[in-house]
Design a protein around this ligand. Structure first.
Ligand code: PLP
Length: 444
């Protein structure tokens, strides 16, 4: 029978993988097959699939106060506690936090907040946002327009022009370099392009640049050494705010608390979701600095209140899930664990796959990584039709590992933070078998 869920898929219900339960880093389908969840669901199930403490925190909260909201002077304790905890963790000075339900809406909230803020301080012309090619920021109207993947832009007439969104180069040396350009030359060239664009647009019309510290869904791109230092200097020189989208990289994923820490970014604005609650309950957070908040509530602000918020902003059960998740990260030193097993994952990926005939590049940091699949290792020729990732994902699945194809020919890894070294060994042995068996169908 055709599935009645939406958006559509060409697969029938029986052809799709129907998951029934989870345990640790594993999930089980309705046919009894066991899989390593090598992508932590959708880059989110950091604590794995059976964390009883988070489940208890949610059910206790549902039994106590299943709903409260944040309008008209209302608040509740889990919201206050979570806001204080998160504000103390993030590398934003004197942080203020708005809670939502998804990474997309966190980015939409910031998009609106920036317009509101610059209106409030009498600079309504400062409203353009720079985003990068191959950036992924979600699918709602503003976040979908900030996303640069064709599938998220095509067919929708996303109002990019009306939303004043500017695109700049993706910082991916492997696919973006020209001729014999070195990494340093590549960085200088793409940042010169950006500065030319900023000057052509007029810096006073540009509010912020959004960036994933390590780009996730469009290929796991780790920018070259020096890129962020120079990028931030350029943005500061022109008075453009640095907005870090940490929806994937937040909370241990890169082997540190935040992707910003790993990549040396000092953000003005941040957005979070996914691992904030280890995906046990939907919640997102949009973080602004105190100096911005103060302008929003200043008596001189004639614009009025920031008319924004969701029914489920700061849902008590979501806050309880996030609070418990953050407590476990800290108590169990999970960021330290992620750093250690992340180094191991990166080293093993390079040891096993650097010389594999299908692999053109091994990249990543901490517990996020990708293999760029090529049809000819010597020439680096890409796999026609971008089908490499999909073929490899299917072969991995047949070998008991769930991974994800990103940017067509890349195979992405993002296992739960709780993964152990023996589990990494098991996963990579299976992936190696899968790639060996995919070789004949993918080679040029
Ligand atoms: N931002 C980034 C960096 C993401 O990777 C994603 C989702 O993968 C989003 C935003 C959107 O999050 P959501 O799917 O929760 O709306």
């Amino acid at each position: 029978m055709a599935p009645v869920v939406y958006p559509t898929t060409n697969l029938t219900a029986t052809e799709q993988m129907c998951l029934e339960r989870g345990e640790g880093i594993y999930v089980f389908d309705d046919k009894g097959n066991k899989y390593i969840e090598g992508l932590a669901g959708l880059w989110c199930t950091s604590l794995g699939y059976d964390n009883k403490e988070v489940i208890a925190a949610i059910t206790d909260q549902l039994n106590t106060l299943p709903f409260s909201h944040t309008f008209g002077g209302k608040t509740h304790q889990p919201l206050i506690d979570l806001a204080e905890k998160l504000a103390a963790m993030v590398p934003v000075d004197d942080a203020y936090i708005f809670f939502g339900n998804s990474g997309s809406d966190a980015n939409d909230s910031h998009y609106k907040m920036l317009r509101y803020y610059f209106n409030a301080i009498g600079k309504p012309e400062k409203r353009k946002i720079i985003t990068r090619e191959r950036g992924y920021h979600g699918v709602t109207v503003a976040a979908g327009s900030l996303t640069s993947l064709p599938a998220n832009l095509a067919h929708f007439d996303a109002p990019v022009e009306a939303l004043s969104i500017l695109r700049t180069d993706a910082p991916h040396y492997y696919t973006g370099r020209k001729g014999n350009e070195t990494e340093a030359q590549f960085v200088d060239r793409i940042l010169q392009n950006l500065e030319d664009q900023i000057l052509a647009e007029d810096p006073d019309t540009i509010a912020a640049m959004i960036m994933e510290p390590i780009t996730g869904a469009s290929g796991v791109i780790v920018p070259p050494e020096g890129y962020y230092e120079k990028l931030q200097a350029l943005l500061r020189k022109h008075g453009i705010l640095v907005w870090a989208d940490e929806v994937i990289t937040g909370f241990g994923r890169t082997g540190a608390d935040f992707g910003c820490t790993t990549m040396g970014i000092k953000p003005d604005l941040m957005t979070f979701a996914k691992q904030l609650s280890s995906a046990y309950f939907p919640i997102s957070a949009s973080v602004i600095p105190g100096w911005m908040y103060k302008e929003m509530v200043a008596p001189s602000n004639e614009v009025g209140v920031f008319g924004h918020g969701y029914t489920y902003s700061g849902h008590p059960a979501a806050c309880a899930a996030a609070l418990k998740t953050l407590e476990i990260y800290e108590r169990d030193n999970l960021f330290g664990h992620a750093a250690e097993v992340g180094d191991y994952l990166q080293a093993e990926l390079r040891r096993i796959f650097t010389d594999h005939p299908l692999v053109g590049e091994v990249r990543g940091k901490g517990l996020i990584a990708a293999l760029e699949l090529v049809s000819n290792k010597t020439t680096g020729a890409t796999i026609a039709g971008g089908k490499g990732g999909a073929v490899a994902v299917k072969a991995c699945q047949d070998n008991g590992v769930i991974l994800r194809a990103v940017a067509g020919n890349a195979l992405a890894f993002c296992p739960p933070l709780i993964i152990t070294k023996p589990e990494i060994d098991d996963m990579l042995t299976r992936v190696k078998t899968a790639l060996d068996t995919s070789y004949e169908s993918l080679k040029a």
